[in-house]
Design a protein around this ligand. Structure first.
Ligand code: AMP
Length: 278
């Protein structure tokens, strides 16, 4: 696996590969890699000739500086995992390399960045769009792979490529889960043993709420989640909503269709976890 930290060096290599007609797949990450990330690498390898993974803990998408300071960083383990997965190129730029100037861009994604994560983490999606745009301009991949665990993020990125008039194809990949159902996340390692056991209730409660949603509707499902998460002193519900899975408009009781997604954000201790269920 080739490892680059400098944009010019990465681009010199990629230019040669593109001249040979190689299709480039790109997997952006913030490191502390787990099998969820590796599943994206595998999908890219299946689809493309060459897979580029980036590791960059993007400061501009953290509205909570404590969260940024706490974010796990495991570069040696990440490099090993990527080597083993057959990833071709690892790009690990520093903050100066990514943001040599302080010019922030203000994106407008309509309602998409004003609800759910956008509402609860002000500025988060602006930071995500900023870093993804920068990476897309640097790497210029044919396809980019994103996990559906970050459901709203995938929709933002799809909106971004439209705004950029970019031909990059955005591939939404399935959520990988631990054996007990908890969605894999870099933040899971920050949970204590007690918090980790409690976190396992999140996907179970979401499944139960989905059954309630089908029988009794949105209010019953929301009431259930609010009551159940309230039973655990270490849990604090940030939001739980049902949305149209295509538009991410928040659904009301009258609008229930067949294509709906439930999305949750919940603190377990200090750690904020998200998940979703179609
Ligand atoms: P992150 O390092 O958390 O920014 O995630 C990098 C990419 O991996 C994003 O596209 C995430 O949606 C994706 N990802 C994170 N966790 C999972 C998971 N459990 N299953 C599938 N993809 C994931």
């Amino acid at each position: 696996m080739l490892i680059y930290t400098k944009i010019t060096e990465l681009q010199a290599f990629l230019r040669l590969e593109m001249e040979k007609g190689q299709q480039i797949g790109f997997v952006p990450t913030m490191g502390a890699l787990h099998q969820g990330h590796i599943s994206l690498i595998q999908l890219s390898k299946k689809d493309c000739h060459l897979t580029v993974c980036s590791i960059f803990v993007n400061p501009t998408q953290f509205n909570d500086k404590g969260d940024l300071a706490r974010y796990p960083r495991t570069p040696e383990e990440d490099t090993l995992l990527l080597e083993q997965s057959g990833c071709d190129v690892l790009f690990m730029p520093g903050v100066q390399e990514m943001y040599p100037t302080q010019n922030a861009i203000n994106f407008d994604f309509g309602h998409l960045d004003k609800i759910l994560e956008g509402k609860h983490r002000p500025g988060h999606f602006n930071g995500v769009a900023q870093v993804v745009k920068r990476f897309f301009e640097i790497v210029q991949p044919h396809k980019a792979f994103f996990g559906s665990k970050d459901y709203q993020q995938v929709m933002i990125v799809k909106a971004l490529v439209k705004q950029m008039n970019s031909p990059i194809e955005i591939v939404a990949c399935p959520i990988l889960r631990e054996p007990d159902g908890l969605a894999m996340s870099s933040r899971n390692v920050l949970l204590s043993a007690e918090e980790r056991a409690i976190a396992a209730h999140i996907p179970r409660l979401m499944q139960q709420a989905k059954e309630l949603f089908k029988k009794e509707g949105i209010s019953a499902a929301k009431r259930f989640i609010s009551e159940q998460t309230g039973h655990y002193p270490l849990m604090r519900l940030d939001y739980y909503e049902w949305c149209n899975a295509n538009t991410l408009q928040i659904l009301s009781e009258k609008e229930i269709g067949t294509n709906a997604v439930s999305l949750i954000a919940v603190f377990v201790g200090k750690i904020r976890l998200i998940d979703n269920l179609i």
